[in-house]
Write a protein of this length. Structure first.
Length: 535
């Protein structure tokens, strides 16, 4: 509400209240009151009182203190008079505030006993009913005169009146009572706006109030700190564990490797998983990071013990289907697989436990041939990629819908909170979709090269603010989530980069897997103290 200009005295001089800031958007009196409220909340009561005295701007307007006195003294007619004197209240708000006052008086009278029932009845029919507010509550108050339900006991009156005052304050315009933590909220919003507009913001400890926020581009992974050369053929897949302490890579050489992420951000080989007879195209960490699934081309899915490197179980469909993708449920006790057959048999999606027992099966002509699959972290949605469609099924048995793309989809990745998904298309675009809004136009990301091969992208950085992808031009591309063109291109691989993975616990670390038989580890330059080549 706009209030008339006022004057305040400073050392005998009169200064007209003015608006502050380069654009004149800040009201001086409001700023003083917000600062005073913050000082009081921080415990600096003397400083806050001194600010009120020197500025001539009280924290609360006169009506505030008068209303507090009237409520705590039980001066109900005076309360109503004060409410009616508060500027900026509409008729509806004023009537609601008066209703709260008379209801409080009514319930206090009931708490005194039968002797006050006549007065309570008079308050109900002469004060409350004419306001026309909440007829059901009026009827409940009438019934309360018989049962005394809701009556306020005399020893609880003080607390009751404090609650009434706070409820009244909430019903008044914001200028009447500065909301608690208002200055902190304003500052935090200003910081968040700067952070959200900072293209390279990645590490959460980079915010200060002493200057405008702007991160250099080195704050995102851009320096190759290590080259992992453990595979003897093309590396098709790479994925960090959920806690960020391990990295799994899989290769056309029919092996997968589990790497340990050390404290100094170097990686060492922990296990080489041998047993597949065909190239391993996909790996999936259990949510508790104790197990790892591997999918081989045309083979059973294998379950590996991360601690020992041993294969604990082989999963296969109950019929002769090819399992080409799998995902974990958040409890680490179930997995879901997508399978197909090259002939005319219907496609299948099935859920099974860790003993290999099928718990649920989707089968039939309407079930898509799945090329990638995921389960959201809350277990509420199953998401499948099939050719040019994204098939979303509510779990355990809800509605389903499809998002249709114009080009073939090669891969799928979920954001950390499971609210967003990205898909790589053979049209050399990455599309971002909100899972709950299937009809919206997606955000698009361009710049990388993809036309012939399966290229995988990922979310990454703090709060999944970035997207990274491999590319057929042997480079790694990084986008800020709201920008269509890449903000960084990483050079180093000599052949197609098939897959990337951003460390979920260390936002300064990124891994990339390439046909050049290597996995490269990229660090933010702030974190990268040296280049290290590891055989």
């Amino acid at each position: 509400m706009d209030k008339p200009a006022s004057s305040v005295s400073h050392g005998g001089e009169v200064e007209t209240r003015r608006r502050l800031g380069e654009r004149g958007l800040v009201d001086r009196e409001e700023l003083v009151r917000v600062i005073a409220q913050s000082l009081y909340s921080l415990g600096y009561r003397k400083a806050a009182a001194a600010l009120e005295a020197e500025s001539g701007v009280p924290l609360y307007p006169p009506e505030h203190d008068r209303l507090l006195f009237d409520v705590m003294s039980g001066l109900w007619d005076a309360c109503v008079a004060t409410i009616r004197s508060v500027p900026g209240l509409g008729d509806t708000e004023r009537a609601a505030a008066e209703f709260m006052v008379w209801r409080a008086h009514f319930l206090e009278l009931l708490g005194i006993g039968d002797a006050e029932l006549p007065r309570a009845m008079k308050v109900l029919w002469r004060r409350i009913a004419p306001l026309g507010i909440d007829r059901e509550c009026v009827h409940w108050l009438a019934r309360a005169m018989i049962s005394c339900e809701g009556a306020v006991a005399p020893d609880a009156v003080v607390g009751w009146r404090i609650g009434l005052f706070l409820d009244l304050v909430d019903a008044f315009p914001p200028w009447f009572h500065v909301p608690s933590g208002r200055l902190e909220l304003l500052v935090e919003n200003a910081v968040m706006k700067q952070v959200s507009s900072c293209v390279y913001h990645n590490l959460p400890d980079e915010v200060t109030l002493f200057e405008d926020h702007k991160c250099p581009e080195e704050r995102i992974p851009s320096k190759c700190s290590q080259i992992l050369c453990g595979h003897n053929n093309e590396v098709w897949f790479v994925r960090f564990s959920n806690d960020g302490n391990y990295l799994a890579s899989s290769s056309c050489d029919c092996t997968a490797i589990i790497w340990k992420v050390e404290e100094d951000d170097t990686l060492t080989k922990k296990h080489c998983l041998v047993g597949h007879k065909n190239p391993i195209s996909f790996v999936a960490w259990s949510p508790n990071d104790r197990m790892l699934l591997t999918c081989g081309t045309g083979e059973s899915v294998k379950l590996w013990n991360v601690a020992t490197g041993e294969c604990n179980l082989k999963f296969s469909s109950s019929v002769n289907h090819i399992i080409n993708s799998c995902a974990w449920f958040p409890n680490s006790e179930k997995i879901v697989c997508g399978s197909c057959v090259p002939e005319s048999s219907p496609n299948r999606i099935f859920i099974c436990d860790l003993e290999g027992q099928e718990l649920k099966v989707w089968v039939g002509d309407r079930i898509p041939k799945v090329s990638d699959i995921a389960v959201t972290p809350d277990s509420k949605h199953l998401i499948c990629v099939c050719s040019k469609e994204i098939w979303i099924q509510e779990l355990p048995k809800g509605r389903e819908w499809r998002i249709r793309e114009q080009q073939t989809i090669s891969s799928l990745s979920l954001s950390g909170d499971g609210q967003l998904l990205i898909v790589n298309l053979n049209s050399q675009e990455i599309h971002l979709w909100k899972i709950s809004e299937s009809s919206t136009v997606p955000d698009k990301f361009k710049g990388h090269k993809q036309g012939k091969f399966v290229i995988r992208s990922c979310f990454g950085g703090s709060n999944s603010l970035f997207i990274a992808s491999g590319s057929e031009d042997s480079q790694v591309y990084i986008w800020k989530r709201h920008l269509e063109m890449p903000i960084k291109v990483l050079y180093g691989h000599s052949l197609t980069v098939n897959c990337v993975s951003w460390n979920p616990a260390r936002p300064h670390m990124l891994a990339s897997a390439s046909d050049d038989r290597t996995v490269r580890i990229w660090l933010a330059q702030k974190e990268s103290n040296r280049n290290r080549l590891t055989a």
